[in-house]
Design a protein around this ligand. Structure first.
Ligand SMILES: CCCCCCCCCCCCCCCC(=O)SCCNC(=O)CCNC(=O)[C@H](O)C(C)(C)COP(=O)(O)OP(=O)(O)OC[C@H]1O[C@@H](n2cnc3c(N)ncnc32)[C@H](O)[C@@H]1OP(=O)(O)O
Length: 153
């Protein structure tokens, strides 16, 4: 099954968090699960904050890219379009808010689940919860905006 990120056009597929063409990046993969979206990610030992626990910046990055991917997929769904149809929707982060609820243990695979809160014009608001072994350890919200033309290099 193809992930949302597998549909990103080449010129927006280098993001450190989600770009499939960024060999050194996280290359997250996000899928629909009913009305929710899900990403699973295995942190590495170098993603340490305090020994035994995951660095919060990584968690923010996972939530960020999970939500921008969800925003793009949700816009396709709202318009009843296939994700490989043109023109492509491209989203960037307007704002990213993260609350760290509990320390996130380093070791288990993490699961991020997202839900679309609002679609309005070029804006999609997505909320996400990050779980370690079924326990919610972080929660976030992203305001994703369709990328203006000025963003392309
Ligand atoms: C699946 C198939 C694939 C298809 C293909 C997909 C490609 C998918 C590529 C992904 C690629 C990786 C993405 C990674 C995530 C980053 O790491 S992206 C990098 C970090 N983000 C940035 O650098 C963004 C920099 N900021 C900007 O470029 C501009 O400020 C923005 C965010 C585009 C907004 O500017 P704008 O479009 O002129 O916004 P504007 O028209 O003023 O406002 C529109 C609405 O958004 C709201 N808004 C605007 N800015 C903000 C803000 N900063 N905070 C909150 N709300 C805001 C406004 O209040 C307004 O809301 P309403 O009044 O309509 O309710």
């Amino acid at each position: 099954m193809q992930a949302f990120q597998d549909f990103y056009p080449e010129n927006v597929a280098h993001c450190y968090g989600c770009g499939r063409l960024n060999a050194d990046g996280h290359q997250i993969k996000t899928f629909w699960d009913g009305d929710e979206t899900v990403t699973r990610f295995q942190p590495k030992p170098e993603h340490t904050a305090i020994p035994g626990f995951v660095y919060g910046g990584l968690l923010a990055s996972l939530i960020d890219c999970h939500c921008t991917g969800t925003a793009a997929a949700a816009m396709y769904r709202a318009e009843n379009r296939a994700m490989d149809s043109l023109p492509a929707f491209r989203f960037v982060t307007g704002s990213l808010q993260v609350s760290y609820l509990k320390p996130t243990p380093l070791g288990p695979q993490l699961e991020i689940r997202g839900r679309v809160k609002e679609i309005k014009g070029r804006k999609v608001v997505v909320e996400a919860t990050l779980y370690a072994e079924g326990v919610a350890t972080a929660r976030g919200e992203v305001v994703a905006l369709q990328m203006p033309d000025s963003f392309t290099a």
